[in-house]
Ligand binder design. Structure first.
Ligand code: SF4
Ligand code: SF4
Length: 265
């Protein structure tokens, strides 16, 4: 793998290569270049997960001609598909080195740190949403229980923007979640449930279920389940498989040029 990356840099197939290297004992995202090609010997494939394609999007914005190589697990590849569909990355300028998916290293979903309960997880299972349940189980709650449980989760939010910042497919240059008429500055928790529903709506047909947002969330809010639910609606209504291919038109509810496949109901 290291030989291949060096070759790509040396023969000009890529201008930079995005991977990981250990820094003070921690695997961190790193941009390898021809100027310091010997550094490629420090390239590692660890269980570290980061949205390298998000860095690629930023680099492309600065220099649309740049050719980028990157390590790609399955989720990175799905994100690259979405970023291509939305014209944020040009696949002609992207080369991937595919690596096997690690066992999920998502955190073990501890309960809120500010809740003291005898049985860890019990309080959340009673009044909130257990992060490990599937969309069908969440759907089976009564309407009232769903509202109470999701509100419990949303009101924990400290508006750190970690979920948005880590998300590979959050690429807007202006973010609704920072619009003062929608989300009041200084309000904590941020407007419940608007903050989370706005983000969920924006993830329709975009979220590739990498789980990085939930991994980053310090308040253990079951974000992945929320976006899975949104994408299941997109699948049911529009027969759209988010991230599966770079060939499909972007999912959108507006715009004449957008092709949507409406599934017969
Ligand atoms: S799982 Fe979270 S971080 Fe990953 S694409 Fe979906 S919203 Fe973004
Ligand atoms: S990462 Fe969690 S706490 Fe931070 S803004 Fe997102 S949902 Fe809220």
């Amino acid at each position: 793998m290291k030989k291949k990356v060096k070759k790509w840099l040396e023969d000009g197939s890529v201008d930079v290569f995005l991977g990981y290297k250990m820094v003070h004992g921690h695997p961190l995202p790193h941009c390898f270049t021809l100027e310091d090609v010997a550094e490629v010997d420090e390239l590692i494939v660890s269980e570290a997960r980061y949205s390298l394609e998000k860095i690629a999007t930023h680099l492309t914005r600065q220099d649309p001609k740049i050719k980028i190589g990157l390590l790609a697990r399955d989720c990175n590849q799905r994100a690259i598909n979405i970023l291509s569909v939305w014209h944020q990355l040009d696949l002609e300028k992207i080369k991937t080195l595919n690596v096997n998916c690690c066992p999920s290293n998502l955190k073990a979903h501890p309960d809120c740190s500010y809740m003291t309960v005898e049985t860890p997880g019990a309080y959340k299972q009673q009044v909130g949403i257990d992060n490990t349940i599937d969309t069908e189980t969440a759907d089976a709650f009564s309407k009232e229980a769903k509202t109470i449980r999701w509100m419990y989760e949303f009101q924990k939010c400290i508006k750190c923007y970690g979920c948005r910042n880590i998300c590979p497919v959050c690429f807007c240059t202006e973010c609704s979640l920072e619009h003062k008429d929608l989300i009041g500055p200084g309000n904590l928790p941020p407007q419940v449930p608007i903050f989370h529903l706005v983000r969920a709506a924006h993830m329709a047909g975009r979220c590739i279920d990498c789980g990085l947002c939930e991994d980053a969330c310090p308040m253990d809010i079951p974000l992945r389940l929320l976006y899975r639910k949104v994408n299941r609606i997109v699948k049911d209504v529009f027969d759209y498989d988010t991230g599966e291919s770079s060939e499909q038109s972007p999912f959108s509810l507006i715009g004449d040029s957008v092709k949507l496949t409406l599934k017969p109901m």
